[in-house]
Design a protein around this ligand. Sequence first.
Ligand SMILES: Cc1cc2nc3c(=O)[nH]c(=O)nc-3n(C[C@H](O)[C@H](O)[C@H](O)COP(=O)(O)OP(=O)(O)OC[C@H]3O[C@@H](n4cnc5c(N)ncnc54)[C@H](O)[C@@H]3O)c2cc1C
Length: 177
Amino acid sequence: MRRIVIVGGGYAGLHAFAEIRKRLGSRIRSGDVSLTLVAKDPYHTYHGWTGEVISGRLSVRSTLTILPTLLRGDYVEGEVQGIDPERQVVAVLTPDGVNRDLPYDHVLVATGSRDPFKRLPGLAEHGWCLKNTRDMQRLISIITNTRAYQRDWVTNASNHADERTSRRRRRLRESTT
Ligand SMILES: Cc1cc2nc3c(=O)[nH]c(=O)nc-3n(C[C@H](O)[C@H](O)[C@H](O)COP(=O)(O)OP(=O)(O)OC[C@H]3O[C@@H](n4cnc5c(N)ncnc54)[C@H](O)[C@@H]3O)c2cc1C
């Protein structure tokens, strides 16, 4: 059996998964090929609606596609710690703290990019990451709950013609007056 492991459940990983499954479907069904996707978060985040989520028009939940449901038994949840090309294994730390080796014949790494928090002075203190749900929820709760941020947001929002931002601005004004 040929074992294909994809690391990452973002756009690149999921498109690769779908394409491989389309092309090798019969070999996968016959057990000649196995296809596994491993990702640390059990959901894919659709970034295209970031504006709608931040402005309160859509919930964070509506941007998520649940990987275990989408991929069923072909998904492994865990953070990849390393890849050993000699032993041909992907080392995974599962959410319950178990180290697991996933053997592969072919591995595709699609772990995305990282924000340069260490490289750009001030970014860690003043910037916000919007890549994953946790970061987005943190920003939304700060905007919603902190008076200082509400003030900044209202100021910034007034510079935008975007009607979604204006809606949030109106809501924030109402909640602060
Ligand atoms: C706020 C925002 C808005 C955007 N809006 C748009 C838009 O409107 N249109 C557009 O075309 N593009 C947009 N983009 C860009 C687009 O989202 C990225 O180009 C795209 O996400 C890159 O896909 P990717 O698969 O390479 O990485 P990602 O989508 O970042 O996926 C990386 C995957 O790897 C996993 N991973 C990372 N490290 C590990 C590890 N060690 N072990 C296991 N899994 C790991 C992650 O959990 C994730 O599943 C936006 C991006 C952001 C942040």
